[in-house]
Design a protein around this ligand. Structure first.
Ligand SMILES: [Zn+2]
Length: 105
């Protein structure tokens, strides 16, 4: 398999695929295209650089949950279930904060 190596820190593209980790900010520049392909189903700014995972499975779950709640809030609005809407809004707010803290929103 074709492998790229970051000229700055030596991190391999194949190791990014295995671990989701980048070694340094240059990795992002070097592997940008591949990273975008790998993350094409994730919106927002899921990019961490340094010794941190780009996005963990927990964060992916939180994002999925966030999207699910957005839909649910929309439905509640259409069906004029305003109490539900308020509850969902509160949950969305908490999730959004959590996601922002993690740098994925
Ligand atoms: Zn690097």
């Amino acid at each position: 398999m074709y492998d790229k190596v970051c000229s700055s820190c030596g991190t391999r593209l194949s190791s990014f695929y295995n671990t989701g980790m980048l070694g340094c900010p240059r990795c992002y520049e070097n592997f940008r295209r591949e990273i975008l392909v790998a993350l094409k189903d994730i919106q927002g700014k899921p990019f961490h650089v340094g010794k941190k995972p780009i996005i963990t499975s927990t964060e992916k779950e939180l994002l999925d949950e966030y999207r699910r709640l957005l839909k649910e809030k929309e439905n509640a609005g259409i069906e004029k279930r305003f109490t539900d809407m308020a509850k969902i809004s509160k949950l969305l707010e908490e999730l959004a904060n959590e996601l922002r803290n993690r740098g994925v929103l």
